[in-house]
Ligand binder design. Structure first.
Ligand code: 5RP
Length: 221
């Protein structure tokens, strides 16, 4: 079995009738959305919100009831992927460019379950470039500020165009090397004018479900 599917389907076992669910973004979250859709067709009653336009479309295709944010005062559970995670459940997210919406949704969830194949579990974050969402205005100056803190930022492009997030912003993929203190870096980035948010998720994930090559899953809490 696909390891992402294995982790995702295990996480969907935590979804119960009546829950308000946050739907993540990416190729691992895809499997969770698919499975939730299957359970909805079997009678599971939930309300959901999506963390990207792509996941919204997928949820609609799978018959998952999406509720306007204004009608919900929070969520019970969010299931989402990650680009890297460590044993303390610090995450790097945003490989798909949805980090801001993902963080808002995770923040307003009682619980976030991270789903990943075992390649995403690392001793220290930082091999995966950290996505930083920046506003287009004066982005050259924001990139220069990032450069000053040794981020080695690269503006993300897609088919020779600057990549634009669902929120109309840009992504600077930053290479800090091994990140010794994710919480401190998170604070430093948030203090920088022009930076909207960054892909470090600190203290948001309560549990991670890792799909292993031997067909088992590991649950980290
Ligand atoms: C999107 C994300 C994804 O969760 C992350 O990139 C992992 O993606 P995948 O499951 O495709 O490996 O943060 O912004």
């Amino acid at each position: 079995m696909n390891l992402k599917q294995l982790a995702a389907e295990k996480a969907v076992e935590y979804v119960k009738d009546g829950m308000r669910i946050g739907l993540g973004t990416g190729s691992t979250a895809y499997w969770a959305i698919r499975k939730i859709g299957e359970r909805v067709r079997e009678g599971l009653e939930i309300q959901a919100v999506a963390t990207s336009k792509a996941s919204e479309k997928l949820a609609q295709e799978h018959g998952i009831p999406l509720i306007p944010f204004a009608k919900l005062d929070g969520l019970d559970l969010t299931i989402d992927g990650a680009d890297e995670l460590d044993s303390e459940l610090h995450l790097i997210k945003g490989g798909g460019g949805a980090l801001l919406r993902e963080k808002i949704v995770a923040f307003h969830s009682k619980e976030m379950i991270v789903i990943a194949d075992e390649s995403k579990l690392v001793d220290k974050l930082g091999s995966f470039p950290l996505p930083v969402e920046i506003i287009p205005f004066a982005n050259e100056w924001t990139l220069a500020s990032l450069d000053e803190i040794s981020a080695n930022p690269m503006l993300r492009t897609e088919e020779d165009h600057i990549f634009v997030t669902d929120n109309g912003n840009y992504i600077a993929d930053c290479r800090f090397g091994s990140i010794d203190n994710p919480a401190e870096l998170h604070r430093k980035l948030l203090a920088m004018p022009g930076v909207v948010d960054n892909g470090l998720f600190i203290g948001l994930a309560a549990r991670a479900i890792i799909g292993r090559k031997d067909g088992t899953v590991t649950v980290l809490e």
